[in-house]
Design a protein around this ligand. Structure first.
Ligand code: SAH
Length: 216
């Protein structure tokens, strides 16, 4: 079984230092990134690069997000312990683990069976307890709605209406919006019918696709 060694922990501390230099200030985000063994969410052939601030392939043409992006989105969410957070795009499970470390009650959806299975396995093995679903993130998880926070980790060509409707009043959603290059939107629900939007900078994500994978 692969381990989390002192060497990995040292590299993780350096990564946290780099994220501080790049402008991440939320100490709870930094502490969570300092705790989650990112290398265990990646294929062992990439393990030595796990604490570089870069995205890496996780199979199925998908990537584990760059640590800076994970930190930036987590910081924008302003997660507080006990809040219900919905993630769209479980992928490797790394972002979900960071949210668990921050004390959130995490719900995460993935549309590819293989990634759903792999992430469930590693998250369980590391002792993270969350609710995972294999399905289409455009639909959200109505059975568990409303959510305090929603984080989308794939590039959305449109703002998914079902996700907006599953947000609590006063809640926030962080979503990379656009095709090709995305603009990170911070959306706040201010009433039953009203939302505010702020643009927070440009990022590049794999696309958010409709429906779950057909070969399940
Ligand atoms: N949060 C992930 C990042 C994964 S990349 C991590 O920490 O590793 C984005 C993921 O979104 C991919 O796994 C992709 O399969 C998934 N995805 C894309 N469209 C989706 C949709 N409509 N519903 C659920 N997951 C989706």
């Amino acid at each position: 079984m692969r381990k989390d060694t002192f060497k990995h922990q040292g590299m993780r501390r350096q990564l946290v230092g780099l994220l501080v230099e790049k402008g991440i200030t939320d100490q709870r985000v930094l502490d969570a990134i300092g705790k989650v063994p990112r290398h265990l969410f990646m294929d062992s052939s990439f393990e030595q690069y796990a604490y570089q601030d870069k995205p890496f392939p996780i199979g199925c043409d998908q990537t584990i997000s760059q640590p800076y992006t994970v930190a930036f989105q987590s910081q924008l969410l302003e997660v507080k312990a006990g809040e219900k957070v919905l993630e769209v795009g479980t992928g490797s499970g790394y972002q979900a683990a960071v949210l668990c470390e921050m004390g959130a009650k995490v719900y995460s959806i993935e549309r590819m069976k293989e990634l759903f299975n792999n992430s469930s396995q590693i998250l369980r093995r590391l002792g993270y307890s969350l609710t995972q679903s294999f399905g289409d993130g455009y639909k959200g998880m109505p059975a568990y709605a409303p959510f305090d926070k929603i984080i989308v980790t794939a590039g959305a060509p449109e703002l998914p209406k079902d996700l907006l409707s599953q947000l609590k009043i006063g809640g926030r959603m962080v979503i990379p919006y656009g095709s090709g290059v995305q603009e990170m939107y911070l959306i706040e629900r201010t009433s039953e019918t009203d939302f505010t939007r702020k643009k927070m900078g440009k990022f590049r994500f794999v696309p958010m696709l409709k429906n779950k994978e057909s070969r399940d």
